[in-house]
Design a protein around this ligand. Structure first.
Ligand code: GLN
Length: 489
């Protein structure tokens, strides 16, 4: 039974739990066993909370027996990126500087998952402070792609995508500041959704770049992604950027199909610089949409070419400010030293890896007197132009579609020496963060030569996650599921 439980998607498992064909204890035991058997190779988990998970599963079974399930997630084993605070469970954001840090409270989204009855299996690997596109910046070792263990799962939410592809959990949460949910989802052949900025609370999420960070779900199917978003979306007064707008019913219209949908294809996104095999799959997905009754309209996002440059001023600037709190006094690591100043220096020198140090230096420079206007302020103006491009596009289409990343999953080590090449992995995803728009990655087949997953990106109007999910579901249904990843038996 346990192998077949692992093959059920989240919604199917939820149905089986409701019908009491399967218990949460069995599902949890199957997941824990799967993690034990495969995670030595994959490295998706930084911490497995087996005891807590078993206790939560027992409580869920007891509710199911009383006919008192709390939600469709009741009893379903999930896992979250190590950027979400979990009360009493070590939370490091992939950094040495937070080694041993035990948060005094749960992140809002973790609270919501627990309140829905979900079973939390543990904390997932990630690039240090979510800075990266390959998970190789984790201070605790890389995570590997279950499709090919020599390749990256993507980043920064690498563990969140790899755990799903490896069948270790039924759903996960990640965060996306410049592409960190969508790119790993694409690389691992799963679905990932970055919600509209403000749709999901950032309370208790370790901050990277506060005007861009947004938590969101990853899952094996579009419906599962919708279920998870439903559970975590909504207003939270503890996050002042959280929207009070009511949350849509993401499952109600999910099977509505693509007929009549106007899909904007940005001229700039298919204009070269894209791997040929990725382009083949993206164009094929667009043709499928046409066959399903959608219309393709060419749109233009002329300022998207400045996206990476603007992002690498804004994100490091905000990061340099957010990371100032890791001073050895309040959180995690404290290096021994003779005086306060030396303690700050030693703690930060030892605690941060190369990428956060690079960002702190870039960001501090961009914010310094005399440069603030030339860099940070100018980047903010570019941001407005990027948003206007999308506003203009959305007068003519309902969603914008294109690639998630310029390539499929690359090899571990391939880009670590060249930060700029690494930054370019996000060339198609960053604009949605700059414009605060929802973006989703859905598998659109395997690369014709390399046999690795390719993701189609859909970007929507603000708070129109429902249309993204409906459009993604139409493609998923038309296309059928990917084969299981060959990298882990
Ligand atoms: N790869 C981008 C970066 O390194 C985006 C990361 C993210 O979305 N958290 O900043």
């Amino acid at each position: 039974m346990s192998a077949s439980i692992l093959e059920l998607d989240l919604r199917a498992l939820s149905g089986a739990l409701a019908a009491r064909e399967v218990s949460s204890r069995e599902a949890t035991a199957a997941a824990l066993e799967r993690i034990r058997a495969t995670d030595g190779q994959v490295g998706a988990f930084l911490r497995v909370t087996a005891e807590q998970a078993r206790a939560a599963a027992a409580a869920a079974d007891e509710r199911a027996a009383r006919g008192a399930r709390l939600s469709p997630l009741d009893g379903v084993p999930l896992a979250v990126k190590d950027i979400f605070l979990t009360e009493g469970v070590e939370t490091t954001a992939g950094s040495r500087i937070l080694e041993g840090y035990l948060p005094p409270y749960d992140a809002a989204v973790v609270e919501r998952l627990r309140a829905a009855g979900a079973v939390l299996l543990g904390k997932l690997n990630m690039d240090e402070f979510a800075m990266g596109s390959s998970n190789e910046n984790s201070a605790y070792g890389p995570c590997r792609n279950p499709w090919d263990l020599a390749r990256t799962p993507g980043g920064s939410s690498g563990g969140s995508a790899a755990a799903l592809a490896a069948r270790q959990a039924w759903g996960t949460l990640g965060t996306d500041t410049g592409g960190s949910i969508r790119e790993p989802a694409a690389f691992c052949g799963v679905v990932g959704l970055k919600p509209t900025y403000g749709r999901v609370s950032r309370y208790g999420v370790i901050a990277f770049a506060s005007s861009l960070d947004q938590p969101g779900p990853l899952a094996r199917t579009v419906a599962d992604t919708a279920l998870l978003l439903q559970a975590v979306a909504g207003h939270d007064e503890r996050d002042m950027t959280s929207s009070a707008r009511p949350v849509d019913d993401y499952l109600a219209g999910l099977e509505g199909g693509a007929r009549g949908l106007r899909i904007g294809v940005p001229r700039e996104w298919l204009a070269g610089g894209l791997d040929a095999g990725v382009e083949v799959r993206v164009r094929e997905a667009l043709r499928r949409y046409e066959r399903m009754g959608a219309t393709l309209v060419e749109v233009s996002l002329p300022h998207s070419r400045y996206g990476i440059a603007a992002y690498y001023l804004i994100a490091p600037a905000e990061a340099s400010s957010n990371l100032a709190r890791y001073d050895g006094v309040r959180f995690g690591l404290r290096a021994p030293a003779r005086g306060l100043r030396e303690m700050y220096q030693q703690t930060r020198a030892r605690g941060f890896g190369a990428e956060p140090k690079r960002r702190i230096m870039l960001g501090t420079y961009a914010l310094s007197a005399g440069y603030y206007d030339a860099y940070y302020l100018r980047a903010q103006k570019v941001r407005t132009l990027v948003r206007r491009d999308f506003d203009e596009a959305f007068t003519r289409c309902d969603v914008v579609a294109g690639p998630v990343a310029p390539t499929v999953a690359f090899r571990l080590g391939e880009k670590v020496e060249d930060p700029l090449q690494m930054y370019l992995a996000d060339v198609f995803t960053i604009t949605a963060n700059l414009a605060a728009l929802p973006g989703l990655s859905v598998p659109c087949g395997l690369h014709p030569e390399q046999g690795l997953p390719v993701g189609l990106q859909l970007v929507g109007r603000p708070f129109d996650e429902a249309t993204l999910l409906r459009a993604a579901r139409a493609l998923e249904r038309e296309q059928g599921p990917l084969p299981p990843p060959p990298g882990v038996a």
